[in-house]
Design a protein around this ligand. Structure first.
Ligand code: TXE
Length: 489
């Protein structure tokens, strides 16, 4: 498949003004996959101009027609499943079986969901005092900036653009400098299905240049960011200039609680998926296993056996269950956390290093890692964002809840129990945006996704997302009110 490597601005693929390039690397073997144009501030400015020029037409396009284009895009993505899945796997390291079964279908269904949503978001009429009609319209915000990370680049195009476009906004989106290829492919498909020029603009570039410009740009009225908590703070600061709306989907340190009354085999499999899917590079990863001390040994025996059996390998091999991490820098960071764990008295029970296999030596692989750690240890508190899970035991439900809520984050968490009352009680006690009971990491375009506290604010998906991409306008009409004279003369 030939890949587009230029910026997408005003409906055309164009070179960057300063001519800079970024090398995109294949994480399986470190080879250069492509050299793409690097957007800088002046390119972001051009993209914002194009988006601003497209806004009046797009926001006035009947919602049903906006929806129809999103539905066509969903079909085009599905029709391109094989090519997109291979591209995503080569660029990010996701095993092909996951890109085919999860990334591409989830991208298509999310665009389809918001295609169907476009003409369903309605205003309201408020029952105000006699003589007046008061109605509330939901209007698009305007030009929105979207900054996307490298862990699910394809899927995040739909999470970010789906609701924004359905609501009538125009978009300037920056994919991560590490993984821009599938997003550029989606831009090609958007052009093919007939999105008008300028409605979507894609500007791959570095965070401190292109990303920073999006966050501070006076012509952008909302910025949606997914990434680290530290960068999220920078985005908030940069947004203050024109007081743009900000939506943040930041890091997490998901607690995954296994009670003594859990179905242990189900909990073992589900907990492995919770942390090891996508090499643990997921904000909602279940990266802290909290085990009731009665079942801890049995659970851990089974969990370690499963962990050691996970098949690492070339993401394009259909048998591969775990691919490489997305960049060499990130691999080094994840491995370094093993030293951090040991320095604080933690014990690495399995993994913690790159595999010894010669065929994987040039790639950014890390063996799935399980570490016994104390709740206050750095590895139990900081987001590692890799195939790295900490294990801690607890004695009772209160202690489990206190441990689960004992970090600065509040994105998602899970619990395994056969006791219905306990399940709902603990779900209620979680300080987080999402809870999974006897499962983990379920997502659906209809279900709000996002966090609280250090994990950010605002929601993606569902009606919540449409709400976040619109402003309420309240209109008052004097129908037959006889107003008293305000200034009797
Ligand atoms: O993230 P950054 P990084 C966490 C995870 C990971 C850590 C570091 O713990 O180990 O963050 O990853 C753009 N203004 N998550 O350094 O910097 C950048 O170009 C505007 C959690 O890659 O947050 C990229 O497009 N934008 C997470 C995006 O921000 C800036 C996903 C994310 O990069 C910018 C990724 C700036 N000043 C990492 N600096 C999740 N929530 O899923 C960078 N960017």
């Amino acid at each position: 498949m030939t890949v587009e490597t230029r910026l997408f601005i005003g409906g055309e693929f164009v070179d960057a003004a300063a001519g800079g390039r970024i090398a995109v690397v294949n994480p399986h073997d470190g080879s250069e996959l492509a050299s793409i144009a690097e957007a800088r501030a002046e390119d972001v400015d051009r993209a914002v101009e194009a988006a601003a020029a497209a806004f009046p037409g797009w926001s006035a396009t009947p919602a049903m027609e906006r929806g129809r284009l999103l539905l066509k895009l969903a079909d085009a993505i599905e029709a391109d499943t094989d090519g997109l899945a291979r591209l995503e796997s080569t660029d990010t390291g996701h095993p092909l079986r996951d890109s085919r079964a999860l990334d591409v279908p989830r991208t298509a269904v999310t665009f389809r969901y918001f295609g169907g949503m476009a003409d369903k978001v309605q205003g309201s009429v408020v029952p105000v005092e006699k003589g007046f009609l008061n109605y509330v319209m939901r209007e698009p915000v305007g030009v929105v900036g979207q900054i996307v990370p490298w862990n699910f680049p394809l899927m995040f195009t739909s999470w970010k653009m789906g609701p924004a476009l359905a609501a009538g906004n125009t978009v300037v989106l920056k994919p991560s400098e590490l993984t821009p290829l599938s997003t550029l492919r989606v831009a090609e498909l958007m052009r093919k299905v007939g999105f008008p020029p300028g409605v979507v603009n894609i500007v791959p570039g570095y965070g401190d240049k292109a990303g920073q410009r999006i966050a501070e740009h006076p012509g952008i009225h909302k910025v949606a960011f997914t990434g680290s908590t530290a960068t999220g703070r920078k985005v908030v600061r940069a947004s203050a200039g024109n007081l743009k709306r900000v939506q943040l989907e930041l890091g997490g340190k998901g607690a995954n609680i296994v009670f003594d009354d859990a179905n242990i085999p189900a909990a073992v499999g589900g907990s492995a998926f919770a942390i090891f899917h996508n090499q643990g590079q997921a904000c909602i990863a279940g990266s802290r296993l909290l085990l009731h001390d009665k079942i801890a040994d049995e659970f851990l025996d089974r969990f370690l056996k499963l962990t050691r059996s996970i098949k690492l390998g070339d993401p394009l091999d259909a048998a591969t269950e775990m691919g490489p991490l997305t960049s060499a820098m990130h691999r080094d960071r994840v491995v370094a956390f093993c030293k951090v764990a040991r320095d604080e008295g933690g014990e690495v029970l399995t993994g913690g290093r790159p595999p010894e296999r010669g065929d994987l030596a040039r790639g950014f692989y890390v063996e799935p890692t399980v570490v016994r750690a104390k709740p206050a240890d750095r590895v139990s508190q900081e987001e590692v964002f890799g195939p790295f899970v900490t294990v801690t035991t607890f004695r009772d439900e209160d202690e489990a809840v206190a441990l689960a809520n004992g970090t600065v984050y509040g994105l998602g968490g899970g619990l395994w129990t056969e006791n219905l009352a306990r399940a709902h009680r603990v779900a209620r006690a979680f300080v987080s945006g999402m809870v999974w009971i006897n499962s983990y990491k379920r997502v659906n375009p209809g279900s709000p996704f996002g966090g609280v506290r250090g994990s950010g604010y605002g929601r993606e998906m569902g009606f919540e997302a449409m709400h976040d991409y619109t402003e309420a306008k309240s209109v008052w009409v004097n129908v037959d009110a006889k107003l008293p004279p305000f200034y009797p003369r």
